[in-house]
Design a binder for this molecule. Sequence first.
Ligand code: GNR
Ligand code: NI
Length: 167
Amino acid sequence: MALLPILRYPDPRLHTKAAPVSVVDDAIRTLVADMAETMYEAPGIGLAATQVNVHKRIIAIDISEDKSQLQVFINPEILTHDGECESEEGCLSVPGIYERVRRNHRVRVRALNLDGQVFETEAEGLLAVCLQHEIDHLEGIVFVEHLSRLKRFRIKSKLAKQARITA
Ligand code: GNR
Ligand code: NI
């Protein structure tokens, strides 16, 4: 197991569109184990491979209180979506920034599991929001791109200032 470095906005690599996984093999399972370890250590409730600079369509999510329910989605596709909600989002690639984003309340997703088998699941609430946030990452979209240009500009300035302080 290994902790992987997380890319920080506005790193241009966060805007890479991830490629589908063709075969779920041991290399993919090792990557998922490392992604899960990185997510738990951060700590976060989700992580897309894009955030660790691996541009493959892989997501790890665990919204449980005790971090006991890892959910892995390989090549996830949103089949249907309905309802609207607005919830406060944060992102491990945009540390310290929390903003309200409009999302669908419910999504039906099809993906592959760690055995390479297709499954479908319906998610709502936090899990649905997290899935949409992570699938955005695979498309090269960071949640701040759902905000106004002014808010995005302020966030970029704040992160640049933080980077100068920590450097
Ligand atoms: O840890 C995370 N929390 C979170 C809260 C609300 C909506 C989405 C998220 S995902 C985020 C981890 C992350 O950056 N995933 O890409
Ligand atoms: Ni994120």
